[in-house]
Design a protein around this ligand. Structure first.
Ligand code: ADP
Length: 349
């Protein structure tokens, strides 16, 4: 069975091609960067060309295509086969993910035009977290903000948390439904997930991916009243606040650098801002692990993944040395595309 995985962003298209025999074998992978608006058609042709060298003559001969879709709202608790109703539902969720869902949709529609008879599946970043109990996903805001306006914690990075949770269970020699884990996805975006018996029961990203841990350029948790203060006293507009919290904060805002490797270089050179940025980054992780350990009661393992989680032993050590949990610490490389391919295959049977 040959499955293509597509991750359509606002200006780039990532793809990976897998063959399941039934073991998964990756046959091709690549990224098409800087796609001008409306030019997904040309990008898909480029993917098709790249697949030729892997023996795939056209998209039409694939067994299925799996798409990453960022926001599935409350509607999608699992991956689904795409049809007209599903596309409309993804469109209806655009207000919740105005940057991502339109690009994901375009990827789906252009692919469908190219290969109308190939089954397509949507795999949602939010779906794994749909098992959160209401006391974990509700904010203490007036009820209608939830019932009428959809304001709640959705969580993101779900495909990655699900993948490493399954891998961790396998590594511990247990069934996924038998393990309690704290999974840390630490990349440019960063989130932590409390997994009880294989299911997500809490996660640090919320209504949007802005909440929670300190990230490359996102603030993570802040007191929302800071925004009123900056607006009232310093004239910040809504757009300026949005940009500040998402693009100018986090590690970048604290020390002028968002690449953890360069932050380590600065620390080695004695830069106090870089040292503090790293301390804040690690301290926030420690606080969340403590909170989720309390939520879970028993923690079989804390799992590190993502660019920083997988590669940065200094950060892992800075976190684990502050903890006194009776648990294992595991490093598991994530593979969101492989998980999307597996989910796609499972949707076909
Ligand atoms: P994204 O969230 O964009 O997918 P990644 O998961 O690739 O990002 O993570 C990017 C982060 O991982 C960057 O901060 C980068 O500096 C960090 N990183 C990658 N390799 C290393 C390494 N060897 N040591 C420390 N940090 C690393």
């Amino acid at each position: 069975m040959t499955i293509l995985v597509l991750n359509a962003g606002s200006s780039s298209l990532k793809y990976k091609l897998y063959r399941f025999t039934p073991m998964a074998e990756q046959l091709a992978a690549g990224v098409i960067e800087q796609i001008p608006e409306g030019a997904y058609h040309a990008a898909i042709l480029e993917v098709e060309k790249a697949l030729e060298s892997a023996g795939i003559a056209s998209l039409a001969v694939l067994d299925a295509i799996g798409h990453r879709v960022v926001h599935g709202g409350e509607r999608f608790t699992e991956s689904v086969r795409i049809n007209q109703t599903v596309t409309e539902a993804i469109r209806a969720l655009i207000p919740l993910a105005p940057l991502h869902n339109p690009a994901n949709l375009e990827g789906i529609e252009v692919t469908r035009a190219h290969a109308p008879s190939v089954p397509q599946v949507a795999v949602f970043d939010t779906a794994f977290h749909q098992t959160l109990p209401s006391y974990a996903y509700r904010y203490a805001l007036p009820e209608e903000t939830y019932t009428r306006m959809g304001v709640r914690r959705y969580g993101f990075h779900g495909t990655s948390h699900r993948f490493v949770a399954k891998e961790a269970a396998a590594g511990l020699g247990k069934h996924p439904s038998d393990v309690n884990l704290i999974t840390l996805h630490l990349g440019n975006g960063a989130s932590v997930c409390a997994v009880r018996e294989g299911r997500s029961v809490d996660t640090s990203m919320g209504f949007t991916p802005l909440e929670g841990l300190v990230m490359g350029s996102r603030s993570g948790d802040v007191d929302p009243a800071i925004l009123f203060y900056l607006s009232r006293e310093y004239g910040y507009t809504l757009d300026a606040l949005d940009s500040m919290l998402n693009k100018e904060s986090g590690l970048l805002g604290l020390c002028g650098e968002n690449d953890m490797r360069l932050i380590h270089e600065k620390i080695a050179a004695g830069d106090p801002r870089a040292m503090l940025a790293h301390e804040i980054f690690c301290y926030r992780i420690v606080k969340y692990i403590g909170a989720y350990a309390a939520v879970l009661g028993r923690v079989d393992a804390v799992v590190f993944t993502g660019g920083i989680g997988e590669n940065d032993a200094i950060t892992r050590h800075a976190v684990t040395k502050q903890l006194s949990l009776d648990t294992r610490y595991l490093v598991i490389p994530t593979n969101e595309e492989l998980e999307i391919a597996v989910q796609t295959m499972q949707c076909l049977v």
